[in-house]
Design a protein around this ligand. Structure first.
Ligand code: DAH
Length: 344
């Protein structure tokens, strides 16, 4: 037994593990529940009483040696493992740098603005919180007129009077501000967010974006309106896109029209985007009502003009074939990253 212990002692003293696995094998071999020390203690039970005295001491010292060696190695190996972890491995691939992308509405907005800028239009903006005058009254919506209900308004302050305050329901309010604060000629487009009290669905949202257009000068006619919008559509959707004007009603224009374009998705053959008609409506327009000019301090005998307003979401839907309006405001990166473009 003594011989065996001496042999194991030499083995333990000489033991230098290369890694944590080797140390674990050492632990199992000597200190495990079926290990050498356990066996030696079993054997110890069978020796005679005299030997018990000497061997008891030897055996205990041996056990302490094995435990001390194990603990010491465990500690030094542990810190070695830590050190390896904190070393920088330059061969590992780097973390990818996520490049942002432009929101599709921002892309469309810029594209539309660029087309009109080339025609000499300037960009103007107005407040999103608007008073009754700029959103309704100046635009020829008489008080209590049912046309006000066409646009479900979010009121901030409501007295059923001209001092109501609301979230603007359209960007036409910016036309008023522009005309009140300047002198004709005006040639401007006015992009912005608008709000309506609508239940959110694939086809409607409580906020969306519009671009308003205004052109006021001497001798501006309906043909100018038609040609401007025709040119705009060719630029945006490509040569050959057809347009048609349908008579409509807006309080602030007379005559008023809605403009349809040939469906850009099925090219007129019929699809569910155009409800199998081959046409999709993209904007409202008309000649600015003389009352509106007067309300804004413009001489309606001298000046005429046209205006138009379009929802950018609709324009983007047709351009990118997006069928659910909610995608624009959910900011799901899987949606947004499909519009990866050069960041300018
Ligand atoms: N403001 C209208 C709307 O939100 C759109 C519109 C129609 C604007 C005709 C105009 C216009 O400037 O002339 O539905």
């Amino acid at each position: 037994m003594q011989e065996q212990i001496d042999q194991y002692t030499a083995e333990i003293n000489a033991f230098t593990p290369a890694n944590a696995d080797e140390l674990e094998t050492f632990r199992i071999k000597f200190l495990g529940t079926k290990g050498i020390i356990k066996d030696l203690f079993e054997e110890f039970k069978t020796v005679g009483p005299e030997e018990k005295r000497t061997f008891g001491k030897v055996l205990n010292q041996f056990k302490q040696l094995a435990e001390a060696k194990y603990n010491e190695l465990k500690e030094s190996l542990g810190s070695e493992i830590e050190n390896t972890k904190s070393e920088i491995d330059l061969t590992l691939p780097g973390d990818g740098f996520a490049v942002g992308s432009r929101h599709p509405l921002s892309l469309i907005r810029t594209e539309i603005i660029d087309i009109f800028k080339r025609l000499g239009f300037v960009v103007a903006e107005g407040p999103e919180i608007e008073d009754d005058w700029h959103n309704f009254s100046a635009l020829n919506f008489p008080e209590e007129h049912p046309a006000r209900d066409m646009q479900d308004t979010f009121f901030i302050k409501k007295n059923h009077g001209t001092d109501d305050i609301a979230l603007r329901t359209h960007t036409s309010s910016v036309q008023v501000r522009m005309m009140e604060n300047g002198k004709p000629p005006f040639r401007a487009i006015m992009p912005g967010r608008v709000y309506r009290n609508e239940a959110i669905s694939a086809r409607a949202h409580c906020f969306f974006h519009q671009i308003e257009g205004l052109y006021i000068d001497e001798n501006v006619s309906f043909s100018d309106l038609k040609q401007t919008l025709y040119h705009f559509v060719q630029e945006l959707y490509g040569e050959g896109t057809q347009v048609r004007f349908r008579p409509s009603y807006f309080p602030f224009t007379e005559p008023s029209a809605e403009m349809d374009i040939s469906c850009t998705i099925c090219k007129g053959a019929g699809c569910n985007m155009c409800k199998y008609t081959g046409w999709v409506e993209i904007l409202g327009c008309g000649m600015v009502d003389p009352n509106v000019l007067t309300n804004c301090g413009i001489d309606n005998q001298k000046y005429t003009g046209f205006a138009f307003g379009m929802g950018i979401e609709r324009i983007a839907n047709l351009k990118y074939v997006i069928r659910d309006l909610r995608l624009f405001s959910e900011n799901d990166v899987r949606f947004l990253k499909q519009f990866q473009t050069e960041i300018i």
